[in-house]
Ligand binder design. Structure first.
Ligand code: AMP
Ligand code: GLY
Length: 422
């Protein structure tokens, strides 16, 4: 197939890499990064109408959308209008990520378990709700997309009130914060569960755990994610079943009833509290770096998963998952997530160890080719992925690979997958 992938991160690279392994596709990336050009052709057409014309002229059989922004902006609707096959939700369904207030109201309407909340644009209502809350911390969220930064975990009512007022005044997140969600704090362990959906049918992938904070021991500010592993032993069949019955099925039914059937990746942010899965949030795309560790765990061709998903035929597909584990360690640049860092050349040692060569790989993210050399230019530069028969084995390989990668200012967490190895 001719396949177009939208996005430029490690997530999109990992999808491209998995497709390359099938040896039967011709890949395009928009815009891609300095390493996706090894897997296919990078193009730069940012107008979605023009991109759809490119897809028609180049006989693109399938388009896969990585990040949320083009989905919320309606790229799927535009491609569909041109009768192109594209995997992802329409703008209407992408509101599940585009608006936290919309998402919370859908959860409530269709009885999907989630933290008690209010959604409001009124300062008075926000302050009264905070006063009425029994416990702290209190979670205050800006409604719109804030690149993962719009969530404040306030330790006191005063702090919660200040956060809500700053958002409602527009001083912290601009327009994204003029509507806020205030909710109770859930104390448990967090999972990322991904369901590939076609509006009606779904396939659940192995549950992953992300590491959002920049520092070891979950310290420092939030990031896009510093590493992930899957499957996590913290999930048993009972929890998967509860997630299917109480979360995925009612959400797919509910979105159909709303006239916005959900197609694409439903990324379910779950907090497991005393064995019960409670939904923190939905995203409408793969997580990054979760995608990088899930792609290598798929035994079935990933092109089938995306194509059957995009053409509403998931009921006809039987997907096979490898009986293995994957661990991904993000290597970030010096100043991530605070500010950008100076471009630094990336040197990767020749891997001579057969075991490492066969069971690890790099997913490239914030990299650029400058004069034919690869440079670290983004915050999250690349992900070292190890696979193995245990989490420990996969993790050892991921870290061994990290040791073979060099660039000035490189940093990574040293405790990825600690939750599974306690
Ligand atoms: P969100 O963007 O809604 O996933 O929030 C970002 C992060 O904040 C989540 O991954 C959680 O770690 C944390 N978080 C969000 N909502 C809650 C909550 N109600 N209770 C505890 N932690 C939360
Ligand atoms: N790794 C979390 C995310 O992609 O939002």
């Amino acid at each position: 197939m001719n396949i177009l992938i939208l996005g430029s991160g490690g997530r999109e690279y990992s999808i491209g890499l998995a497709l390359t392994k099938e040896k039967s596709h011709n890949l395009y990336f928009m815009p891609g990064n300095g390493a996706t050009s090894d897997l296919g052709t990078n193009i730069n057409i940012t107008d979605y109408e023009k991109l759809a014309l490119f897809a028609k002229e180049n006989n693109i059989d399938l388009t896969i959308v990585g990040p949320e922004a083009p989905l919320v902006d309606g790229v799927v609707d535009i491609f569909r209008k041109h009768n192109l096959v594209i995997f992802g939700p329409t703008a209407a369904a992408a509101k599940l990520e585009g608006s936290k207030a919309y998402m919370k109201n859908i959860l409530k309407k269709y009885n999907v378990p989630t933290a008690a909340f209010i959604e409001t644009t009124s300062k008075e209502e926000a302050l009264n709700f905070i006063d009425s809350m029994q416990n702290t911390p209190i979670v205050v969220k800006a409604d719109g997309l804030c690149a993962g930064k719009g969530v404040i975990i306030a330790q006191s009512k005063e702090e919660a009130k200040q956060a809500a007022l700053d958002m409602l005044n527009g001083s912290s997140f601009g327009d994204a914060g003029t509507n806020v969600v205030i909710e109770e704090f859930l104390d448990g362990y967090e999972l990322s569960v991904f369901a590939i959906c076609d509006g009606k049918n779904y396939k659940v992938l192995p549950a992953a755990q992300d590491h959002k904070r920049v520092g070891d021991g979950d310290t420092g500010p939030n990031t896009g994610g510093m590493g992930a592993y899957a499957p996590t032993p913290l999930v048993n069949d009972e929890i998967y079943k509860k997630i299917e019955d109480r979360v995925i099925k009612p959400t797919l039914k509910g979105m159909q009833a709303e006239g916005a059937p959900f197609e694409g990746v439903l990324f379910i942010g779950v907090m497991v509290v005393k064995g019960e899965p409670i939904i923190l949030e939905y995203n409408v795309r793969f997580g990054d770096p979760e995608c990088e560790i899930l792609m290598p765990l798929l035994e079935s061709p990933v092109s089938e998963l995306f194509y059957y998903g995009a053409t509403k035929q998931l009921d006809k597909l039987d997907i096979k998952i490898k009986n293995e584990f994957a661990v991904g360690v993000v290597m970030a640049s010096e100043n991530y997530p605070y500010s950008s860092s100076k471009a630094a050349e990336i040197i990767i040692d020749k891997i001579v160890d057969e075991d490492l060569k066969n069971n690890s790989h790099i997913s490239f993210a914030g990299v650029e080719l400058i004069d034919g050399k690869l440079f670290a230019t983004g915050g999250r530069v690349l992900v070292c992925v190890g696979t193995g028969n245990s989490i420990k084995e996969a993790r050892n390989r991921a870290y061994a690979l990290c040791g073979q990668v060099h660039f000035a200012g490189k940093k990574c967490r040293t405790d990825i997958a600690y939750q599974a190895l306690k």
